[in-house]
Structure formats: C-alpha cells, structure tokens
Ligand binder design. Structure first.
Ligand code: HGY
Ligand code: MN
Ligand code: MN
Length: 433
C-alpha cells in the first residue's frame, strides 16, 4: 500500500545503510593510506562489484557496460506501447575519484540514487517509468586528463580519437580498453544513447562554501560552469648546471614558472574565473641539469563561455611571448573544451519543490565544478541538487557532508522522483515538459 506523499518520512535504516556504504567505498582505493580510484583500476572493479551486490539486493538488474559504468535498472510495471521506447529516468553520479580524494565527491550521488530507489520501494511507490541508477566510470579524468569518459560513453558520444590518449603511466586508452577484454573499437561499437530518456538527476556535494555560508543543507544548481583543459609543452635545452652561464641557458622550467604566474594573474583579474595548473612534469628532472622540457596541465573555468574563450586566447598570446623571450618553444594542446551548461527549468522546479519541504528557502547556485550532468544534458533534461560541504573543502580527504544534510538530499531526491511519478511534471520519451 502506497504511503501518502505528505507524510513520507525517510527510513532511518535506509539512511544508515547509505552512510555505511559511503564509508565502505571511501576505503576502496588504488593507493595505501589515501583514496584514489582511477578509470579501469582494480579499485573501480571492486566498487562496481559492491554496487552490483547492493543493487541486486534491492531488486535492481545490474550491468557493467563496456567502458566500466555500473548500471542498476528497475523497470516500471507499465506495459510499454509497441514501438514507443520505455520512459527512463536516470539517477547517479561518478565512482572514480581524484588523487587523495574525499569520499563524497561522486559516490554521495550514486549511493543517494540507490537509497532513493530503495526508499520508493519502502513507500510502495512504483513510478510509471523505468529508473536506472548509474555509477559513471570516469568523471575526473585522473588517468587520461580527459573528463567524462563514462558519461560520454553512456550517451553514445565516446570519441574514437580518445583511444589515442596516453596516461601518465605511458599506456593509451586503447591499450587499457583492449586489455580489459574486447578490442577498443568493439567498445566504441557497443555504445548507444539509451532509449526513452526523460531526464537525469544528480545529487552532489557542493565542493564549495556557499551553502555553509547561508546555513542551508541543500541547494539547486542553476548551471555548470564552462571549463577548458589543456596541456602546455615547453621545450628548452638540457645543460650542465655548473658550467652553463645564466645568459646562455634555455631553461624550460623558468619559462613555465613565469607562465604559471601569468595564468594565476589572468584568473585573478577576471571576476568569477578559476584557473589551475595542477600537474607538472620536468625532464630530465635531475638536480644538476638545466630542465629541457616541461609539461603543465591547465584547467580554466568560467560561468560565461565568451569570457572563458577570451581568457584562453589572451593566455595563449601571453605565454607564447614569455616563452619566446627566453628562446623556449611552447605548444598548447587543448584536451577538452566545454561550454557552460544550464540546468533544465522544469526538472529544477521539481527539485526546488522538494527543497522547500526540507528547509525555509532554496539557495540556487552555479557549479564551478564539472559534473556528468554536463554530458547528460546533451541528450536529456538534467537537474542537480547540492549538499552542504563542510568548509567548502573538496578534492581533499577532509571533504565532509553531515548525515543530516545527506538525509535532506535523499528526501529531496525521493520527493522529486515521486512528483515525476505522480505526473506533477509531464514526462515523455522526449524528456520533461
Ligand atoms: O574537476 C571538476 O570540476 C570535477 O570535480 N571533476
Ligand atoms: Mn564530482
Ligand atoms: Mn571531483
């Protein structure tokens, strides 16, 4: 018998299980003493296996697709109309992490999605659409510096050119996928956009200080900022550190250092801009050899596409000038260019209704962090709910969301799915309208 919507308390047992699972996944890592899970790592396989066990116990049908996304599907009881795809609502986030990560970024969304399905079952609520909980295989891009490999595959937009990407351990994505069974091209052939997508909802820790600053448990995302990822390759000349005068050197690392400060100065000069050089590689990396080559990563973001594009062009000119003055070669490789992604207004309104039930008002904020929702938005309406993040600390082991705030997130998500099931917002194979 279905529980009346107005009195839908969240089951404390489901919340306790969510918390325990978060803690368990937070201990599955490729590196001792810290949480690191990169694409197609053994740790990802172990996490997927736990998701399969938990999903099966909840009566969901588990699969792991060719790229490594774990999918837990619950079909509705509705008999589909011949020739019309079954409507499908996707709930999820990613299960990979950055290096030395916090345990909430990604898994909070996947496990809240699973808990949401369990909670609807406990309420006796069976939506008239299929629901799939997805744990994406690679959102961070830690292994190949290209984010969203999992969600791009999920929507059928994995690019063959990515097979040539080479990770820091020297292997290509093609080699990794071929090693995982099945030639990489067959992995590509396996991808297809899921039929009947009506929408995608993602719960995610805010990874910033806003909700804490307004003392609210949850907030609704308005848009995801645009981001560009690039690699800068500086070429100088190796020389003896003791016999080469300062005037005669072509020191790639000094040129890179000036460019790193130019990146920082640019970001500081543009309101709302974020730019980060997070990785650096020096060759031959010997204390008594003038650095010959340096490779830098660049991650630069802004909520407005045109502002980001202008800043990237200005930095290309500025870094080229700084390198040329020193006689250093500089090559930019753009690895990924994303535009700002607005959230769907109808689906966001459903989340806002749920937020109004759990707190006095509804903070609405832009996400400076990227999310799989930015990819899913290419094929269906998407909306995101943020959960308060202690101190705004993320991509760090101190990342933390409180059980009370996690409960609020689950309550809002479950309420939203019930509203969609009750037809508060028209759903069809073409999405939410
Ligand atoms: O980098 C990001 O914005 C996200 O955490 N992958
Ligand atoms: Mn994330
Ligand atoms: Mn992240």
């Amino acid at each position: 018998m279905e529980v009346d919507r107005a009195s839908r308390p969240i089951d404390p047992g489901i919340l306790a299980r969510l918390q325990a699972r978060l803690d368990e996944l937070g201990g599955i890592s490729e590196e001792p003493g810290r949480l690191t899970r990169w694409f197609q790592s053994d740790a990802m396989r172990r996490v997927n296996q736990r998701m399969i066990e938990w999903g099966t116990a909840a009566g969901l049908v588990p699969t792991v697709d060719a790229i490594g996304n774990v999918r837990l599907r619950r079909d509705s009881a509705v008999v589909p109309t011949p020739g019309v795809p079954r409507p499908l609502l996707v709930l999820g986030s990613h299960l990979d992490t950055v290096r030395d990560a916090g345990r909430f970024d990604g898994p909070l969304g996947v496990l809240t999605a699973l808990a949401c399905v369990e909670q609807l079952q406990a309420w006796g609520k069976v939506p008239p659409f299929d629901v799939e909980v997805v744990g994406f295989a690679d959102e961070e891009g830690l292994r190949f510096q290209t984010a969203y490999l999992g969600s791009a595959f999920y929507i059928g937009q994995f690019q063959e050119a990515w097979l040539g990407l080479r990770g820091e351990e020297g292997v290509t994505l093609r080699e990794v996928l071929s090693h995982e069974g099945g030639v990489a091209e067959s992995v590509l052939a396996a991808q297809r956009t899921p039929d009947g997508l009506i929408g995608y909802l993602e719960v995610h820790i805010e990874q910033g200080p806003h909700l804490e600053s307004v003392d609210r448990a949850v907030g609704v995302v308005s848009a995801i900022a645009a981001q560009t990822r690039a690699r800068l390759l500086f070429t100088g000349r190796a020389d003896h550190a003791g016999t080469t005068s300062m005037e005669l050197r072509r020191d790639a690392l000094c040129a890179a250092a000036e460019c790193i400060l130019a990146v920082e100065a640019k970001a500081r000069s543009v309101d709302g801009m974020r730019a980060t050089v997070g990785q650096i590689a020096v060759e031959p990396s010997a204390s008594n050899v003038v650095p010959a080559t340096v490779t830098l990563s660049l991650d630069i973001r802004h909520a407005v596409d045109a502002v980001l594009a202008a800043a990237v062009e200005q930095l290309k000119l500025e870094t080229a000038r700084l390198a040329a003055v020193r006689g250093i070669g500089l090559r930019w490789e753009i690895l990924q260019e994303g535009t700002a992604v607005p959230m769907d207004e109808h689906l966001s309104a459903v989340l806002r209704s749920g937020v109004e039930r759990v707190q006095r008002d509804v903070p609405v904020l832009v996400s400076g962090a990227g999310h799989d929702a930015a990819v899913m938005a290419r094929v269906c309406p998407v909306a995101m709910l943020f959960v308060r993040c202690r101190g705004g600390v993320s991509h760090h082991p101190d990342e933390f969301a409180s059980p009370t705030d996690i409960a609020a997130g689950l309550s809002v998500l479950a309420d939203a799915v019930c509203r969609l099931a009750d037809g508060d917002v028209a759903v069809s194979g073409k999405g939410i309208r």
